[in-house]
Design a protein around this ligand. Structure first.
Ligand SMILES: C[S@@+](CC[C@H](N)C(=O)[O-])C[C@H]1O[C@@H](n2cnc3c(N)ncnc32)[C@H](O)[C@@H]1O
Length: 217
């Protein structure tokens, strides 16, 4: 059976720097969100970093950054292009880091690729990793996205699109529900035009959350 690693290795081999080399909008907004509010440039974990464009951006902006991704191909591309950044191959559902070892966890376009149980697992696992008062940042597909409702239904608001990608599409209500144990600091609306697999526009939310009680257990 084809694994998730196989899927992404093949994608990166065939399409290279599929989303370009510029940082994502989510990374740009995250950097300005944190600096505008006076948060320090601390340790950030870029989960599912792909070929590392956002890890590079955070590093260049003074963060102590680690990028982790399950795709050996993505990580090889990242290490080759950005030798000054720390990258490692790994599964974000089994993160090999100690509790409270990061100030921030950033995940661009990963949470919505998981089914409900695994989304909860990822939220719990990343919450374990942030220090008290630390912030989780996720960008997730919105129910207003162009692909919403297209393809085979997998679960409520969850579809496998024509490109074979399964996505869960969040409403604001679903965000408040899945992050009910957290303080929602902000939810930004994001629009991005992609030209891989034909031109298409994605609508997503970028959320900043932290534990209400400052604890991570
Ligand atoms: C949509 S891409 C986003 C890449 C990157 N965040 C960016 O914006 O450039 C999703 C990434 O998630 C990675 N991924 C999927 N499942 C994973 C898992 N369980 N553990 C680690 N990485 C995973 C894939 O290899 C792929 O690089």
């Amino acid at each position: 059976m084809k694994t998730i690693e196989d899927y992404w290795d093949k994608k990166f081999k065939e399409k290279g720097h599929i989303w370009g080399n510029e940082p994502s909008k989510s990374a740009l907004i995250t950097e300005s969100f944190l600096s505008a509010r006076g948060f320090k440039k601390g340790k950030i974990l870029d989960i599912a970093c792909g070929y590392g464009r956002d890890s590079k951006y955070f590093t260049d902006n003074g963060f102590d950054t680690t990028g982790i991704d399950i795709s050996a191909e993505g990580i090889a591309m990242a290490k080759k292009q950005y030798p000054d950044v720390k990258f490692m191959i790994g599964d974000i559902l089994h993160l090999p880091f100690q509790t409270s070892s990061f100030d921030y966890v950033f995940g661009n376009f990963i949470l919505h690729l998981l089914l409900k149980d695994l989304r909860f697992k990822l939220i719990k696992e990343t919450s374990r990793l942030i220090k008290p008062g630390g912030i989780l940042v996720f960008s997730v597909a919105s129910i207003e996205d162009v692909d919403f409702g297209k393809g085979e239904t997998k679960d409520t608001n969850c579809f496998v699109n024509a490109r074979g990608v399964m996505k869960y599409y969040y409403s604001k209500e679903a965000i408040y529900n899945e992050f009910k144990d957290f303080e929602i600091m902000a939810i930004h609306d994001i629009e991005e035009i992609h030209d891989h697999d034909g031109i298409h526009k994605h609508k997503s939310y970028l959320l900043f959350v932290r534990k209400r009680n400052g604890r991570n257990d």
